[in-house]
Design a protein around this ligand. Sequence first.
Ligand SMILES: Nc1nc2c(c(=O)[nH]1)N[C@H]1C(S)=C(S)[C@@H](COP(=O)(O)OP(=O)(O)OC[C@H]3O[C@@H](n4cnc5c(N)ncnc54)[C@H](O)[C@@H]3O)O[C@H]1N2
Ligand code: MOO
Length: 611
Amino acid sequence: MTAGSGGADRPPGADFTSMGVGSFLGVGSSSALGSSQAVSSSSATSPFSGNGRAQSGERCLTPEDRAVEQALALVGGHSSGAPHSADRAPSGDPSPSVDQPDSGDQSHFTGRPRPAEELVAASRSLPPDRSVDAPHAHDQHRHEHAQRQGHRQRHSVSWQEARALAVRAGHAAEVRAGRLPLDRTLGHILAEPLVALTDLPSFDTSAMDGWVVSGPGPWQIRSAAGTGGKKRDDAGPSPDLGILAGRSIPAALPDGDAVRIATGARIPADANAVIRNEHAHVDEAKGLLHARRQVLPGQDIRPRGQECRSGEQLMPAGALVTPAVLGLAAAAGYDTLVVVPRPRIDVLVLGDELLTGGLPHDGLIRDALGPMIGPWLRALGAEVSAPQRLGDDAAALRRVLATSDADLVITTGGTAAGPVDHVHPVLAEIGAELLVDGVAVRPGHPMLLARLKREAVAAGPTDSHGDSRGEGPYLVGLPGNPLAAVSGLLTLAEPLLRGLAGREPEAPYRAVVRDEVHGHPHDTRLVPVVHRVGGASGRAGSGYGGGSAGTGSGAEHVVPLHYSGPAMLRGVAAADGLAVVLPGGVRSGTEVEILDLPWASAMPWTEGCFT
Ligand SMILES: Nc1nc2c(c(=O)[nH]1)N[C@H]1C(S)=C(S)[C@@H](COP(=O)(O)OP(=O)(O)OC[C@H]3O[C@@H](n4cnc5c(N)ncnc54)[C@H](O)[C@@H]3O)O[C@H]1N2
Ligand code: MOO
C-alpha cells in the first residue's frame, strides 16, 4: 500500500482475536451455497419495499423519473426480442438494446456447468515467484513470460458456482472478533448471539396514559402519593400527575381504587387493568372514575417478560448490527458487543487512459470506477481505503499487492489479455492462487478471484501445493468495462464479503419480468431492471404512468432497461436491481432472480471505524 492510502482509518485490531467465521457461526463450507439455491420469496424479501415506491396515477416526473423513463423499454412489442428502432440509443452507440445478449467474441463462451466438488479441485496455484522487487530488466523479462502465459485458455465457472466459491472462500478466512462500545458497532457483525440480559419489559408497564384500576368499577380516585408514586429522589409527591415512568415502585392498589398513570410507568401490585384517558369519565363531585366501555383484565398492561425473558436469544451470531439491533441491544442491557469488524478493502484502479477530472480528451476518459467502487463496497458493509490509481504499471501493482494489509484487494481493469493487462501476469509472478479465473457471465466474464500469499514469519506446514507461505489478502479482479465491473462486484465481491463477515446468505429475491429478455447461448446475463407496480416505477419514487404493464395492473414486476452494454452505466444508474437471466433467456411474464442494489435495502455505512 502506498503512503497515505487509507491506513489512517484502519482499526488497530489489537483488541481482536482470530477465529474462523464458520466456527462461531456454526456454518461450514457445505452451507456456503450462495444464491445457487433458488427460493422464491418475492413478497417477504422484496428489496423494494419501503423504497418510496410510487403509486400509479398522477404523472409527476422528477429528474430521476426522467432518467428511468429514458432507460426503460417503453415501446411495446418486445416479444420478438428484436430491438425496435425507437429503442435504439442515439447513433454512434453500437449496443443499446437490452434484449440483445453481448455479441462479443464467441470463443469466450466457455461456460460449462460443473459440480461444486469439481470446482474446488479446479482451484489452482500459479507458479510462485517471490522476488517481487527484482531489478527492472529481469523483471520485465519475467513479466513478459508471465503475460504470455496469461493468454492461455481460461476455465470459466458458471455464475452460480462463482458465487458459491466466493462465499466459501470468505467463510474459510480467519476473522478477528472483538468487543466494542455499543455506539461503535453499527455495520459490524455479531460474533456472539445477542442474549437478553434482562426480562423485557423488566416490570409490568402501563401501555397507555390513563388510569390504573383494581377490581370492578366505578373506582375511587386516589392520588399517586398514596400509592408510592413519588419521585425517585423523594422530592415530594406529584398527586396531579399520577404514577409516572421512571419512578420508584408504587404501593399496592386496593380493590376498588383508581390512580392516574402514565405510559411506561410501573403497574402497582394488585392492579388489573389500565383505562385510557379517552375511555374514562371522571365524576369530580364524587371523586369516582367510570369506564366508558367494558374493562378487560390486563388491558393496556404490558406484562413483565412479554417481549423476552432474561437469557433468551434475541439475534443469532452472524447478524448485521443495524440501527434496530443497536436499539434492541441497548434495551436488553448491553453496553458493549463482541463483533466481527467490517472487512477492509484496498481499491486499485488500473489504466493509463484514466482522468480524474474534466472532460475526456485525446483518447483519455474519465475514471468511472474510482468514484463508484468504494461507496458501493461501503454500502455492502466494508471499510474501504481511498482508491489508488496505478496506471498500467505492473511494478506498481506488484508492490502494492505485496504490501497491502487489507482483507481484500479490488483491482479494476487489466483482467483481459491485452498488451498492458497486467493482472494475470502479476498474479502469476507473485504466486497467487487463482480461485476463480473467468466466470460465464455477461458482462464481466474476465473477472477473477485470487488469494495472495505472504512470506510466513516462521517455517510452517506446506499447503496442498507444497507452498509454505501464509495466506494473504483475497483479490477480486474487476474487468475495466464499467458495467462489467458492477457485474464482478455483485458476482464475486459481494458474496466474498458476506463470507468474510460471517453473514448468512440472503434468500434470493425473485420477480416477474415484464418483457422477454434474450439470453446468452452459454452464459448468465445480468441485466439492469427497474421495479414497477402497475404503472409505477419503484426507483423513481413518484407517479410514473408510462409504459404498458404487461403483467397486469397492480402486479409487481420488473422492466429491463436500455443502455446495458458492458461499457455503459446509464442503465444501472437508473436501476433497482440486476435481473439474473440464465442461458436461453426468459419470456415475458416469467420469474427471474433479482440482485438487489445495496442502497435499495441497506444504508451506506459512513461511520463506526475501529480507531
Ligand atoms: N480479445 C479479447 N479482448 C477482450 C475480451 C475478450 O474476450 N477477448 N473481453 C472484453 C471484455 S468483455 C472486457 S470486460 C474487457 C476487460 O478488459 P480489462 O479488464 O483488461 O479492462 P481494460 O482493458 O483495462 O479496460 C476495458 C475498457 O474499460 C475502460 N476502463 C477501464 N477502467 C476504467 C475506469 N476506471 N473507468 C472507466 N472506464 C474504464 C477501458 O478504457 C476500456 O475501454 O476486455 C475486453 N477485451
Ligand atoms: O462483456 Mo465484458 O464481459 O465484461 O464487458
